[in-house]
Design a protein around this ligand. Structure first.
Ligand code: CO8
Length: 290
């Protein structure tokens, strides 16, 4: 037991701290939101859907919209029935970036002293898998938000870009880092230095998105994928997600060590035992997230 506790402590160490603040309250569908719509989807209601809904501004990510996405994500994180989350926008825009009108008169002094927009990366603290279903524009902060998710599915007319340079600024929510890791230096440099957008097809070829679907079936397909994920063990899924994410933070040796510890940890779960026993008994596993 002492050895298991020591192993747990060591494995937990590299995790980033969960954002501070009071624990989010579970919400009823759509309750109290101005800029988003939320719903539970899937046959068993085990998929949380967050839809950005500020169509007149092409889902420009104003402070209120980001706060609501964070609240919804954290509520789905706390909801034991939910195993995966889909984040989407509208057919014309996933999100056209940070709200330029909100930023227009911002000053360096204020940005620096208030940590302007530092709450943008809360999505990356969610332990449950998050799928971005991108139709239309995913630009600037919109592209960065999609890249904070674990999987990106794109509608066939989606466009990805980091056009901040055209506004006299640069990406500030991970665009220079995540895009470069996703598509490689040359294409990332070209997109970030010219502000040019790429199509869904180019994004898939470059490895930014995993699948492309017709515009009208994209969200449904993302929900299907989320449902498939949600049917697996939630606790083991969280370990798999943590391990893949470590590949972006650690050396190969460190990452392999973490993976091995998490692999060993799966043997402390009932779900691992159930999964292997079900295989041997030629039946479908029933995971209890224990
Ligand atoms: N911010 C505010 N309003 C926007 C934004 C935006 N990013 N994008 C579109 N809108 C508004 C427009 O102002 C317009 O409003 P209105 O009708 O009141 O004039 C409405 O949405 C519709 O837009 P358009 O008329 O321009 O629609 P088009 O179809 O002609 O063009 C485009 C669509 C190409 C998407 C165009 O709107 C556009 O270029 N938008 C700006 C894209 C952009 O530059 N995005 C990057 C913003 S900067 C950023 O994201 C930095 C993130 C840093 C995060 C840091 C975290 C720490």
């Amino acid at each position: 037991m002492a050895a298991l506790r020591a192993l747990l402590l060591r494995v937990r160490a590299p995790l980033r701290p969960v954002a501070a603040g009071p624990p989010p309250r579970p919400f009823a569908s759509g309750a109290g939101f101005e800029y988003i719509i939320t719903e539970k989807k899937g046959k068993e209601g085990n998929v949380g859907l967050v839809q950005m809904n500020r169509p007149k501004a092409l889902n420009a990510l104003c402070n209120g919209l980001i706060n609501e996405i964070n609240r919804a994500m954290e509520a789905f994180q706390q909801d034991p029935a939910v195993g995966a989350i889909v984040l989407t926008g509208g057919e014309k825009a996933f999100a056209a970036g940070a709200d330029i009108k909100e930023m227009q008169n911002q000053t360096f002094q204020n940005c620096y002293s208030t940590g302007f927009l530092s709450h943008w990366d809360r999505v990356t603290h969610i332990k449950k898998p998050v799928i971005a279903a991108v139709n239309g524009f995913a630009l600037g902060g919109g592209c960065e938000l999609a890249m904070m998710c674990d999987i990106i599915y794109a509608g066939e007319k989606a466009q990805f870009g980091q056009p901040e340079i055209l506004l006299g600024t640069i990406p500030g929510a991970g665009g220079t880092q995540r895009l470069t890791r996703a598509v490689g230096k040359s294409l990332a440099m070209e997109m970030i230095l010219t502000g040019d957008r790429i199509s869904a097809q180019d994004a898939k070829q470059a490895g930014l998105v995993s699948k492309i679907f017709p515009v009208e079936t994209l969200v449904e397909e993302a929900i299907k994928c989320a449902e498939k994920i949600a049917n697996n063990s939630k606790i083991v899924t969280a370990m798999a997600k943590e391990s893949v994410n470590a590949a972006f933070e650690m050396t190969l040796t460190e990452g392999n060590k973490l993976e091995k510890k998490l692999f060993y940890l799966t043997f402390a779960t009932e779900d691992r035992k159930e999964g292997m026993t079900a295989f041997v008994e030629k039946r479908k596993a029933t995971f209890r997230d224990q």
